[in-house]
Design a protein around this ligand. Structure first.
Ligand code: EPZ
Length: 420
């Protein structure tokens, strides 16, 4: 099993180009199943989860061609309407084919995703949303069996225990694209990836409005334009991760191709901690030199501080003098990186949904085990800043969502190698 071998203590310096957003690419690949026409997707990150989604749409009957971040999908005919457990269990986002297949074929069978390392992650809101559009859904033998013969545009309430849901908003948007009439989703998620999916649907010819607000309106039907070609937005979480990499190594990095408007809460926190952030035409410059201060972070849905960035900030705050806190309100078990950071000498206490971090001047390198995607990147960042050698195992978690992570870090001067 592949591992990262890191020699810590080098300040990162140089420039890095950010790849396309994984969490846009996954639903947009599923959305390409809506049409029997050819779809060209650009800026698709070559990461493991994307490869899994490509495998899934091929399993359903689409032909694909993926080279140099351009993915061509042609689902002229669907061969199957079932997403099997061996694919869904590898990647939860496989459930996006549920909405797309209901819209296109009025039927879908998708294995129920289980929990995952970051919490139980139910799909009740997806099911409730699709039910509201008239889909009949039964759960049997671990699968969601959906019948969409009566699919019709309606009002869909997506209020959940923690607010709305990114995934359920997108799944309902996909199903609504093939439902006659008008669907109104409220409250809808406003994450940039939801807007990206809406913009892609528009290039297919679907009438979508209100995306970016908590009320999205979709006028569905089955008339899709020829030759949709669409470029995915840059990955805001990859950009944030490299910003923290610069900060934690007290380096200076130019982040290219990122959209600063998607990173407001992350950059504001870095500035509060004492990191210098400069906006230039070529990108965002992150300068981690100079003194740092502790801070308090409240994770919240967009435009709040992203849950997908809290692990990386925990690593950073472990090296910043004073007492910081992180309150995670979205997922129940998302501090898994803390125990590994503590093995490097970090002083972290978990009190319910809050982590209390007392900064230490130096972390020390050791053997670490990655447990989920963002936790893995946090361990790599800590290893870059630590004194001595760090070995991070189970990096397949990281390969799910970061494109050539160690190659990009090496170009910035990091001493990191992939090996066994
Ligand atoms: C998306 O997950 C992202 N995944 C996650 O990124 C991200 O952390 C999350 O949004 C929050 O921003 C993808 O886009 C593929 P939610 P999603 O539905 O859609 C509860 C990463 O590292 N909920 O908005 O699954 C849920 O348990 C990943 O790239 C229900 O109760 O998130 C959570 O507490 C990890 N019932 C909250 O809502 C449901 O049916 C928000 O989850 C659905 C969700």
């Amino acid at each position: 099993m592949a591992r990262f071998f890191i020699d810590g203590g080098t300040r990162l310096s140089g420039e890095v180009r950010i790849s396309g957003a994984k969490n846009s690419a996954l639903p947009i690949i599923a959305a390409a199943l809506l049409t029997d026409k050819k779809v060209v997707l650009k800026n698709i990150p070559d990461v493991y989860d994307v490869r899994t989604m490509i495998q899934l749409v091929e399993h359903l009957g689409a032909s694909t061609h993926f080279k140099r971040n351009v993915l061509i999908i042609h689902a002229s005919r669907l061969k199957r309407l079932e997403a099997p457990y061996d694919i869904v269990s590898r990647m939860r986002a496989s459930y996006y084919v549920l909405g797309a297949l209901l819209a296109r074929a009025k039927k879908a069978v998708v294995a129920m995703p289980g929990g995952c390392a970051i919490g139980p992650r139910p799909v009740d809101m997806h099911i409730r949303g699709l039910n509201a559009l008239g889909a009949k859904i039964e759960i049997s033998r671990g699968c969601i069996n959906a019948d969409g013969r009566n699919l019709v545009g309606r009002k869909v309430d997506l209020q959940g225990p923690k607010g709305t849901s990114v995934g359920a908003t997108i799944n309902v948007m996909l199903a609504a694209s093939g439902a006659a009439g008008t669907t109104v989703i409220s409250p809808a998620a406003v994450e940039p990836e939801v807007l990206d999916v809406a913009d892609f649907l528009k290039t297919l010819g679907v009438e979508v409005s209100g995306h970016g607000s908590h009320r999205i309106t979709i006028k569905g039907g089955n008339v899709f334009r020829e030759g949709a070609s669409y470029t995915i937005i840059p990955d805001r979480i990859e950009a944030g991760t490299f910003a923290v990499a610069a900060a934690i190594t007290r380096g200076r990095v130019l982040i290219k191709s990122a959209l600063s408007e998607h990173l407001t809460s992350v950059l504001e926190k870095l500035i509060e901690i004492g990191v210098k952030v400069t906006f230039k035409d070529e990108g965002i410059v992150i300068n981690g030199r100079g003194s740092k201060r502790a801070t308090n972070i409240f994770v919240a849905p967009y435009p709040g501080f992203p849950t997908d960035m809290q692990a990386q900030f925990m690593a950073l705050l472990a090296t910043v003098p004073g007492t910081s806190t992180i309150k995670e309100s979205i997922f129940e078990n998302r501090f898994i990186q803390a125990v590994e950071l503590m093995r490097m000498g970090a002083d972290i206490t978990i009190e319910g949904d809050t982590a209390v971090i007392n900064g230490t001047p130096t972390l020390s390198g050791t053997d670490l085990m990655a447990s989920d995607l963002r936790a893995s990147s946090a361990l790599v960042l800590a290893g870059l800043a630590a004194r001595g050698k760090t070995v991070v195992s189970r990096i397949y978690h990281l390969d799910r969502g970061y494109e050539r992570f160690e190659v990009k870090l090496r170009r910035l001067g990091a001493k990191i190698k992939r090996g066994r």
